[in-house]
Write a protein that binds this ligand. Structure first.
Ligand SMILES: Nc1nc2c(ncn2[C@@H]2O[C@H](COP(=O)(O)OP(=O)(O)O)[C@@H](O)[C@H]2O)c(=O)[nH]1
Ligand SMILES: [Mg+2]
Length: 472
């Protein structure tokens, strides 16, 4: 008797172990990268994503997310991250801002300007094949990596020499809209002789003017193509020589040793090698999925030039995602990314019947390159969404007409407002099609939420696209 039962126990142990091994091999990992220019809504997106997978993980909140609809989601929680060098996404701080204590006013979480991460373990019941048959439940480890889109925009620099970079960047400074603010920098540049022995303090001074110009352009025009990206949010690199460079007007290829030009080249190369490349090697090439948040409505507010630049930057970037034979990444890094989502964020700033227009507009911006990417096997999609809806739809009847308005509290205002937002165009407009009065979309404060439940627009579609197949 004793023998049999101990044999049984041993057998149980073995099967238990085998099951554990099986489990482990069936557990999956996904690295989801979240990017977008600062202010595009990365922090709000990650907060909403985590909230909806943890304390709001219900079918009614995410009807188009299969794992929820099919009631196979068991539970998700934040677990310790594996990347110990990367700061942790401050989820609790974000919640504290959105759900203040009794009497407080909800605020948008403070923006962060660095890479950060968070790991979620998502436990679910599998519905297909091997996983469904053998394992009662599976776990998907989801690493969410939030990084400034400004860093991504440095990507083309990896393939450029300083001369090529200058030839691309310098002429832009003489055109609208940059020329409005580039005077101080261009005037100072006049004093610089490229061929004389290096004058470090002059280079530092001109770099400072260049940085001020970039920061001003970023703030006032929302232009996308501002390089080097770290000048916009330098962190520890502020003042480091490798960040003290700028584009100049180069006419010939001769470089005098020890000259100002020689030093500018050296710094440019150091920036690419020591800042841009490590980011791609340590982070970028490990990403599996990428969501790019685009604040299309703010771009429309800025005008035609900004929208056009947004489009050209997106396409320039996408060209670098290509896996094709000539694909830049293929040669340099061999990336993993197999799905990219461009999301026109903050769609709660317009009425629901125009969401489709917003998605079509973004699609038309991405269009140029998406065909090549699809051909190379990368899935690419565009959607209009809102991570945290800050308005409610309201129908208003005016002179017998029903108007689809939105209701909310405009940012930095005291009073609530019912308002009819403009309709965004459903494709890229050229200059003479642009409305004379331009566009003016308002921004809103987050809604008070007595039930501590966030509302979204199509976050479930986004989750299904990015994670659905990993949770089947
Ligand atoms: N209405 C609305 N506003 C949003 C949403 N997401 C972000 N915002 C606004 O955009 C600002 C910047 O968002 P944030 O997540 O900090 O952007 P980040 O710099 O990319 O992390 C916020 O302070 C909000 O004003 C959204 O889903 N709906
Ligand atoms: Mg942020």
């Amino acid at each position: 008797m004793i023998n049999t039962s101990s044999a049984k126990n041993a057998f149980k142990k073995v099967t238990g172990k085998a099951q554990k091994v099986l489990h482990r091999s069936l557990d999956q990992h996904v690295k989801l990268a979240v990017t977008g220019l600062s202010g595009s809504g990365k922090t709000a997106f990650i907060t909403a994503l985590v909230k909806h997978l943890t304390t709001q993980a219900e079918h009614k909140n995410l009807p188009f997310f299969d794992v929820m609809r099919e009631q196979r989601h068991i539970a998700s929680k934040i677990v310790p991250q594996e990347a110990l060098k990367v700061p942790t996404f401050e989820y609790q701080n974000a919640l504290n801002a959105l759900f203040p204590l009794e009497g407080g006013v909800p605020k948008w979480p403070a923006s962060t300007e660095r890479i950060n991460t968070l790991r979620l373990a998502i436990k679910y019941q599998s519905n297909t094949g091997l996983r469904g048959h053998f394992s009662p439940q599976s776990t998907l480890y989801l690493d969410i990596i939030d990084y400034p889109g400004e860093w991504l925009l440095d990507l083309p620099m990896l393939e450029q020499s300083y001369h090529q970079w200058c030839n691309q960047q310098y002429p832009l400074l003489l055109q609208m809209p940059r020329v409005k603010t580039s005077h101080a920098f261009l005037d100072a540049l006049e004093q610089l002789d490229l061929n004389t022995p290096v004058d470090e303090s002059l280079l530092a001074h001109i770099s400072q003017l260049y940085q001020q110009m970039l920061v001003g352009l970023k703030k006032d025009t929302k232009l996308a193509m501002l390089q080097p990206g770290r000048m916009l949010m330098p962190g520890d690199l502020q003042g480091a020589p490798l960040l003290l460079f700028f584009p100049v007007n180069i006419n010939n290829d001769t470089v005098v040793e020890g000259s100002n030009l020689a030093h500018l080249i050296k710094r440019f190369n150091a920036y690419v090698k020591e800042v841009v490349k490590p980011f791609y090697n340590e982070h970028f090439k490990h990403f599996d999925r990428q969501i790019v948040l685009v604040d299309v409505l703010s771009t429309l507010n800025e005008g035609h030039e900004t929208l056009k630049e947004q489009s050209s930057v997106i396409n320039q970037l996408l060209a670098h995602f290509s896996y094709g034979e000539s694909g830049f990444f293929k040669r340099l890094f061999k990336p993993n990314i197999d799905k990219i989502l461009f999301a026109a964020n903050k769609s709660d700033h317009i009425s629901a019947k125009h969401h489709k227009d917003l998605a079509l507009l973004l699609d038309s911006l991405v269009h140029e390159q998406s065909n090549q990417l699809k051909f190379d096997g990368v899935q690419i999609e565009t959607m209009a969404m809102s991570s945290i809806a800050a308005t409610q739809p309201r129908q208003v009847t005016d002179k017998g007409q029903t108007l689809d308005c939105i209701y909310g509290k405009p940012l930095n205002e005291q009073d609530w407002l019912t308002y009819l937002p403009p309709q965004p165009p459903n494709r890229m407009l050229n200059m003479n099609e642009w409305p004379a009065q331009g566009f003016e979309f308002l921004s809103f404060s987050p809604m008070p939420t007595p039930d501590k439940q966030l509302k979204h627009i199509r976050l479930d579609h986004v989750m299904q696209y990015l994670l659905g197949d990993k949770l089947s």
